[in-house]
Design a protein around this ligand. Structure first.
Ligand code: PLP
Length: 353
């Protein structure tokens, strides 16, 4: 794909430490590596994190299967609803399923472990509070299935001080006593861990995702987190350009001075939002240069001013705190999560250990 995503293992592990500094004693660490570890590379990321965490969480059962096939031994929780098509995979690969509705009891195969997702307000997946007592009674009627945990998910924890977090927590706490006290209980995503230290929501375990990769959940940048990736491409062609000459589709950008313009063989198909055309910068030898003109499918142009860099010169699109994915996210009216998960899976992920 003419670019490489480098992942710094040391930064991932520093982010794990930053998260652990916020945890109460004996709180287990369930690392969320769904969606190709937020674009970082599922099996490589999990492999580097396994000795520092207690669990992995994935969105889909196929991701759990990939983790098992790559040799991951620790417990794995799958968030999605199990189906008759996927139910044997949970048992065969020893993946912990999520019970999202009473119908899940009849879908899971004997010998499967599961955890109960309580929908305390997200209104996505999970058992509604008013159905919780019925589900609690059914647990003992399915003795060939093993319930190991109960959890919920916050809708607004990225926003510090939001009263809805306390509201969801209250809903969850109301139904929690219906179930066995021993079950592994967890609620906290990144926002809850970082923005709600004064709320009693860590229970037995936490489920951080985006913070592992170095990003905060909301508008706030968290100083001791650092983005683990660097996304690098190179100058494929360099040519002179005169003041006032236009570049790329629509000729929406004109050179402000005479200088050099270069084509970087990475465009929106690889994951640069086209919306960001002419509004971001790339780094070359530590110096920032403006991305010039409409981002196209396979190319984006960069204005080198008076610098005639050689073809092949390395270009950093994203990297560390200096070239922060949040900068792109803010300009594209999205969140860092979407920037990193949009990095095309065919781009090589190279881990720097
Ligand atoms: C994605 C997800 C998380 C992790 O959320 P972050 O905001 O990335 O920390 C935790 N729990 C569930 C159920 C999720 O879907």
């Amino acid at each position: 794909m003419n670019s490489t995503v480098y992942v710094h293992t040391a930064k991932l592990l520093n982010n794990v430490s930053a998260i652990k500094r916020r945890l109460n004693n004996n709180v287990k660490f369930m690392a969320v590596v769904k969606d190709d570890a937020y674009g970082h590379g599922l099996t490589q990321t999990a492999n580097r994190l396994e000795s520092s965490v207690d669990w992995f969480c994935v969105a889909r059962v196929d991701e759990g299967v990939l983790l098992r096939k790559s040799g991951i031994k620790c417990p794995i929780l799958v968030f999605e609803c199990p189906t008759h098509q996927t139910s044997t995979l949970f048992r065969d690969y020893h993946l912990t399923a999520t019970l999202t509705h009473r119908s899940t009891f009849d879908i899971l195969e004997d010998g499967t472990e599961y955890q109960i997702n309580i929908d305390s307000g997200m209104r996505r997946l999970g058992v509604l509070p008013e159905e919780a007592s019925e589900v609690a009674e059914l647990v003992s009627k399915y003795p060939k299935l093993t319930c190991t945990g109960i959890y919920t998910h916050f809708a607004k924890s990225d926003d510090p001080g939001n009263p809805e977090v306390a509201y969801q927590l209250k809903k969850f706490n109301e139904v929690r006593p219906l179930f066995d006290a021993q079950l592994l209980t967890h609620t906290a995503n990144t926002g809850a861990i970082f923005h709600y230290p004064d709320h009693d929501l860590q229970f037995d375990a936490v489920r951080p995702g985006v913070s592992l990769y170095g990003y905060g959940a909301g508008e706030h940048v968290i100083d001791d987190l650092e983005p683990a990736i660097e996304w690098k491409s190179f100058l494929m062609q360099v040519k002179p350009i005169k003041k006032g000459e236009s570049v790329s589709y629509g000729w929406r950008w004109q050179a402000p001075t005479d200088g050099y313009i270069a084509a970087v063989p990475t465009g929106y198909a690889a994951g640069i939002p086209r919306l960001l055309s002419s509004s971001i910068e790339y780094a070359i030898n530590g110096e920032r240069f403006e991305q010039a003109g409409t981002v196209s499918m396979d190319y984006s142009m960069v204005f080198l001013r008076e610098k005639q860099f050689n073809v092949g010169t390395e270009v950093t699109l994203l990297g560390g705190k200096a070239m922060h994915a949040k900068e792109w996210a803010d300009k594209a009216q999205t969140i860092s999560y979407e920037i990193t998960t949009r990095l095309h899976p065919a781009i090589k992920r190279e881990f720097l250990d």
